[in-house]
Design a protein around this ligand. Structure first.
Ligand code: HDE
Length: 665
């Protein structure tokens, strides 16, 4: 029975209480008022950053124990499955913004360990824009919509962002990552996660080892191309949330490996950089990753507000055996997250919400407060006490202990000189990318700076880019048509050119991503060869690839053998940008009709210019010709079993095609 919040049965949920059928509504209608009152309060403040997020439940399983290095059970008990909740997000956009904005992605994981909650609050990029927390509000004010006009939404391509960046040389390394394809991931399932800061692991003897945490997707790394991302945002602004939701509903559970980079204080002293600066990373070639466990996401939230919105990640939630480093960004974050949760969730009892509460036994002496959910019957709400000898007590052996790190120095506001090399790792990142990836960085910079109206800001940015790499600066200047001489920015430390290349920083250097978990868009027409259609479907199934059928009408088509094939999308609802690779099974008549249809020509043209592998029946050739498709390794005839098509599709994108379809600056 439908009731009010007080449990009173409702007799009529469709008509308010009125004086006569056409008369005024009565204030006495407590049922109406309760319903509207609650509705009016349905929203809570969205996150000031990372407002747009999607999430899933899963578990962490340790595969390699760190016994001896760390005492926390979650990193020493092999095979134990720890439940977790992972939330992925964009940073700059508001809650209703698009999924494929060029933006850093949040990668936050709350692990409900047997010793309390461990929140890993990371990003999909291993460095950050700033070195000190005191600069964070400025960075975010600069990137968010400009306050006098309220736009642009979820975009860094505007004056205030680049103005701030141009005045902040410490951001240059991060800017290289931000302008790379990392910020337009194909799927949240296909990106890495990084804790960024160094943390400490403490063993039973109290010895400390530094650690950086990395999540590596089993699905491989994959990004969209920019033009594709722009179009996905139009046709499916929820592309990433739909992707994760569908994968989990289909039982294709995404998985990540947890890797650690372990290093001692002495090793850190020998690095080329200061690991306490969040603008620096430790190349995997210097400290290799050791894989110690895996995360599997296997359940969608049952209510997005209760879980995805109300989950409260806090960097300060670490379990015994994990401790903080002195990274000034991390130290500032440890204040911010608790504070922001109080604002968003409105009460210090946010920890009692089911999504935030620990799953291990817990006992505090914290009492009362707004929205207290516990009955809290105890008389003794303090320690020490003789009245309640069995009450909760501190444990010297199992309790959390901070590492006894030596601290000394004068009280001052000063940046360590070891933080001031802002260009060397930015250069190392740029030169470690493959050619197409470098081209994309240049293209992204040309696009973003072309949206900046103020010439002074563009000129200042070029001054930083030439410091990173002279060719990079000159290419961007050429792309912008900037003819004036570039004045290099004043550098506190000159750019080092002797840092080893780090191929692990490139997405493409490790080869094409696996095919499974990807999507084929299969465009069909009436009279298409049934063998070709079924060949694609069977080969896709064998490879763990999902096929979506697109037809001129949602009702589907009749194939040449008379069989009916239902469609998942009508042409306009299923543009090729939604798929990783495409196949076109058209009859001669169907191909001729589609060649006269702008939407179909754009469908094929986009697949080609987005460097996708295109399988096609011979009869589809007129449509391909109309769409400007030129023969290359990625344009493949569909034969019965689709073997050549699938082999080509396994190559991922056809990067060699790129210079043929767009200007490389
Ligand atoms: Fe955050 N960040 N951040 N951040 N951050 C928030 O907390 C903050 C930083 C990250 O899915 C806020 O609950 C400061 C780095 C993620 O709910 C807030 C500084 C990294 C999420 C906050 C940083 C992150 C947040 C806003 C500079 C990567 C979303 C809402 C010192 C390692 C978590 C909230 C989720 C969210 C503050 C910098 C990651 C305001 C002050 C570096 C993934 O507390």
């Amino acid at each position: 029975m439908l009731t009010t919040a007080q449990g009173i049965p409702v007799a009529d949920d469709h008509n308010s209480l009125k004086a006569g059928p056409r008369g005024p509504t009565l204030l006495e209608d407590v049922i109406l008022r309760e319903k509207i009152f609650h509705f009016d309060h349905e929203r809570i403040p969205e996150r000031v950053v990372h407002a747009r997020g999607l999430a899933a439940h899963g578990y962490f399983e340790l595969t390699d124990s760190l016994e001896g290095i760390k005492r926390a059970k979650i990193l020493t008990e092999v095979g134990v499955k720890t439940p977790l909740f992972a939330r992925f997000s964009t940073v700059a956009g508001n809650r209703g913004s698009v999924d494929l904005a060029r933006d850093v992605r949040g990668f936050a994981v709350k692990m409900y360990t047997s010793e309390g909650n461990w929140d890993f609050v990371g990003n999909n990029i291993p460095v950050f824009f700033i070195q000190d927390a005191i600069k964070f509000p400025d960075l975010i004010h600069a990137v968010k919509e400009e306050p006098d006009r309220g736009f642009p939404q979820a975009a860094s391509a505007h004056d205030t962002f680049w103005d701030w960046i141009a005045c902040s040389p410490e951001a240059m390394h991060m800017v290289m990552w931000q302008m790379s394809d990392r910020t337009i991931p194909r799927s949240m399932r296909m990106m890495q996660g990084f804790g960024i800061h160094s943390f400490r692991l403490i063993n039973a003897e109290g010895k400390s080892t530094f650690v950086k945490f990395h999540w590596t997707p089993k699905q491989g790394l994959q990004s969209a191309v920019w033009d594709e991302a722009v179009k996905i945002n139009g046709v499916d602004p929820d592309f990433h949330r739909r992707d994760l939701y569908n994968a989990i509903e289909m039982g294709d559970f995404p998985e990540w490996e947890l890797g650690v980079q372990l290093f001692t204080e002495e090793e850190a002293a020998g690095f080329d950089f200061d690991h306490l600066a969040s603008t620096k990373l430790i190349p995997e070639e210097v400290v290799p990753l050791r894989t110690i466990g895996r995360m599997v996401l296997d359940r969608n939230p049952s209510n997005v507000f209760a879980e995805t919105e109300q989950v409260a990640f806090c960097t300060q939630n670490v379990v015994p055996g994990i401790d903080f480093s002195d990274d000034p960004l991390l130290q500032g974050r440890n204040f911010s997250y608790l504070d922001t949760q109080l604002k968003r969730l409105g009460s210090p009892n946010f920890t009692q919400l089911p999504i935030n509460a620990p799953k291990c036994p817990f006992a505090t002496m914290q009492r009362d407060g707004h929205m207290q959910m516990g009955l809290q019957p105890e008389r003794v709400t303090y320690t020490p006490s003789l009245l309640d000898p069995k009450g909760p007590r501190e444990s010297h052996s199992a309790g959390y202990r901070s590492f006894a790190a030596p601290v000394e120095g004068r009280k001052l506001r000063e940046r360590s000189a070891t933080f001031s090399d802002h260009y060397s790792q930015a250069r190392q990142f740029f030169v470690s990318q493959t050619k197409p990836e470098q081209d994309h960085i240049v293209g992204a910079l040309v696009f973003e700076l072309s949206k900046v109206d103020a010439p002074v800001v563009r000129a200042a940015m070029l001054g930083h880019l030439v410091n990173i790499d002279p060719a990079l600066g000159e290419r961007v200047a050429a792309g912008l048509g900037h003819d004036a001489p570039i004045v290099p920015a004043t550098a506190a430390v000159p750019t080092r050119e002797d840092l080893e290349l780090s191929p692990r920083l490139s997405i493409l250097a490790s080869g094409p991503p696996p095919l499974n978990g990807r999507k084929i868009g299969l465009l069909v027409t009436d009279g298409a060869d049934a063998g070709s259609v079924h060949g694609v479907m069977a080969a896709a199934k064998a490879a763990g690839v999902v096929v979506a059928v697109i037809a001129p009408r949602l009702g589907g088509v009749t194939l040449a053998d008379g069989s009916k094939l239902a469609a998942h999308h009508q042409l306009a609802g299923g543009p090729s940008v939604l798929f990783d690779t495409v196949a076109i099974a058209a009859s001669a008549d169907g191909s001729a009709k589609l060649a006269a249809e702008a939407g179909a020509v754009a469908w094929v043209h986009d697949a080609f210019q987005h460097l996708k592998v295109i399988g096609h029946t011979a009869a589809a050739q007129p449509l391909l010709d109309k769409a400007g498709v030129q023969a290359d390794d990625g344009v493949v005839a569909l034969e019965g079993d689709a073997v050549s098509y699938m082999a080509a599709a396994a190559k991922g994108r056809i990067w060699e095609r790129e210079p043929k379809v767009r200007t490389v600056y």
